[in-house]
Design a protein around this ligand. Sequence first.
Ligand code: DON
Length: 327
Amino acid sequence: MYDISELKRCISDLYEKHRGNNQGDVASYIPELGKADPDLFGISLVTVDGQEFSVGDYQHEFTIQSIIKPIAFLLALEMHGRDKTLAHVGVEPSGDAFNSVELNPRTRLPYNPMVNAGDISVASLIKGASPEAGVSALLDRLGIAAGRDLRIDEHVRDSEATTGSRNRAIAYLLHNFGVIDDGIDHTLHQYFSQCSVLVNCRDLAMIAATIANIGENPATGREAFALTYVRDAMAAMFSCGMYDYSGEWAYRVGVPAKSGVAGGLMAVINRQLGIAVFSPRLDERGNSVRGIAVCTDLAEEFGLHAFEFMNPGSNFLRDAPPTEAAG
Ligand code: DON
C-alpha cells in the first residue's frame, strides 16, 4: 500500500494555511445552528486500507445536515431498487438553491436527491413502519459506516421542525403531485431527524472512506452499504452534491462530495480515501468556505480530479500510467 506521509504533511500545511480565513457566516436560519463557534476547524482523512490522520477540532460534534442525503439515497435504493426510487426522485442538477420549493417541470419530480425536495422524497421512501423505526434504521447504518454509535441532537431537530415552514411547503408540494404518500408528518420527522445526526469530522472521513471502499468500513471491515448502489450515490454527489456550486466544484475539484449547513464537507476519492473538513463559516450557497478551499488545494496538489491526466507524477495515490521508458 502507498505511503501517506506526504498527504499528512499537506493536510497539516493546509490547516495552517486556511485557519486564518474568516470569510463567510455560520448558518443562522435554524436558531440552534447559529450558536456554533465560527472558528472551529478540523480536517480528517481515512484511506481505504484504514490509515487515518486528523488535525484541529476533528473531535468536535456537529449535525450532519445535508451530508446525510447521499446516505439516505443509498438506503432508498437498497430498500426499493433503482426503478422505484427513480420514480420518486431524479438525478438531474437543478442549478438552484438547496431549499428551492420546486419540482422539475418536465418530470414533476424533485430534481435530485441532494436538494431538500429530493431528500424529503427519499425520506418518505425510507421512513419505515414508525417514526422510531425509520430513524433507528438510518442511525444503525450510518453508525456502521462511521465505526461508532451515533445519535440525534434533539435540540437541533426541534429547531428544524419549529422553523421548517419551507420544508413543509416542499412536502405538501410533493404530496400534491403524488410523489410522497399521506404520511407527511412522518416523512418530515424522518427528514428533520436525518439532518440532526451528530457526527465529528473524523466520523465523516470514515463514512467517506466507507463509500470509497465500496460500502465496507475500512477500519472494522463491516459492510455499511450494498456495493451495487454505492456508484449511484457517488454519481449524484459528483453532479449535484455542492448545491448550485456543483458544476464549478466538478470542474475545479472533480470528486464526489457533499456539504452541510453546519459546516461539514465530505469528499470521496474512489477506491482511495475519504476526506472531511469541518468549519462552520459558509459561503452564500451554504458550502463551508474553508472546506472548499482545503479540498480545492488538496485536489490540485495530489491530482485527485477524476479526469486528471496532466500530472501523473504528483498523483501518487493512483497507479502511475505506463511511461514510454517503462515500455
Ligand atoms: O432543510 C434544512 O433547512 C436543512 N436542515 C438542510 C440541511 C443542509 O445542510 C442543506 N444544505 N446546505
